[in-house]
Design a protein around this ligand. Structure first.
Ligand SMILES: Nc1ncnc2c1ncn2[C@@H]1O[C@H](COP(=O)(O)OP(=O)(O)O)[C@@H](O)[C@H]1O
Ligand SMILES: Cc1cn([C@H]2C[C@H](O)[C@@H](COP(=O)(O)O)O2)c(=O)[nH]c1=O
Ligand SMILES: [Zn+2]
Length: 191
């Protein structure tokens, strides 16, 4: 079976591109990012992986999924650091993209124009259901956008929202199941 990103890549073998994997918390974004990056490594491509250094949840120098799959990465302070990579890099993975600065879309574009395959994973919406950070701009300019869904913990339907369980108005609040649960449209609106 062909995966959707493979269909696109066959048409564009020699050029760069931007792929986005988005969705709520627990929707499988990181697992999908790791799957694509591992396939690139198996293909003996030169792969570099980044995340914001503010994301210290599971490990400082690894991208780790909620299911404990992991892959080594470089934590960076700002998106401009991603541009400093060597000219031999063929594939770039970026996790937790919602936490990056507003230059990240330009960085992704510049890399893709250089011939790099850029794979970006991140939350499309914050806990209020609003577009999160640079994600909408990256999605607009990407060749491929894959929206994945968690299972709504209230009713079992596909979930697209990350419902915040704790009282905080801060947009950025790192956390796991103690602080967030994935919910479908109906359950997200429950009082
Ligand atoms: N409500 C849920 N719906 C789907 N997966 C869940 C849920 N709760 C826990 N998980 C676990 O989360 C994993 C996905 O983790 P991950 O790829 O890190 O998601 P994301 O990066 O989107 O937050 C699933 O394979 C599953 O083991
Ligand atoms: C909705 C929302 C989430 N966060 C934080 C919580 C987690 O630390 C990450 C998301 O991780 P995941 O890999 O997608 O599960 O983001 C936040 O800071 N603000 C929010 O509104
Ligand atoms: Zn529901």
């Amino acid at each position: 079976m062909l995966f959707s990103e493979d269909v696109f890549r066959r048409k564009n073998e020699h050029g760069g591109s931007v792929e986005v994997v988005c969705g709520s918390m627990f929707s499988g974004k990181t697992e999908e990012l790791i799957r694509r990056l591992r396939r690139a490594q198996i293909a003996r491509l030169n792969v570099e992986i980044f995340k914001p250094n503010t994301d210290t949840r599971y490990a400082e120098d690894e991208v780790v999924s909620h299911n404990q799959t992991s892959i080594p990465c470089s934590p960076v302070e700002s998106s401009s650091a991603i541009l400093l990579l060597g000219s031999n890099v063929q594939v770039v993975g970026i996790d937790e993209a919602q936490f990056f600065d507003d230059e990240l879309p330009n960085v992704c574009n510049a890399l893709a124009n250089r011939g790099v395959r850029v794979i970006v994973a991140g939350l499309d919406m914050d806990y209020k259901g609003k577009p999160f950070g640079p994600m909408p701009a990256i999605m607009a300019m990407a060749e491929s956008v894959t929206k994945v869904h968690a299972v709504c913990v209230q009713c079992g339907n596909p979930a697209l929202y990350s419902y915040r369980l704790v009282s905080s108005d801060s947009r950025v609040l790192l956390g796991e199941k103690e602080s967030y649960e994935p919910r479908c449209r109906s359950c997200y609106q429950l009082p």
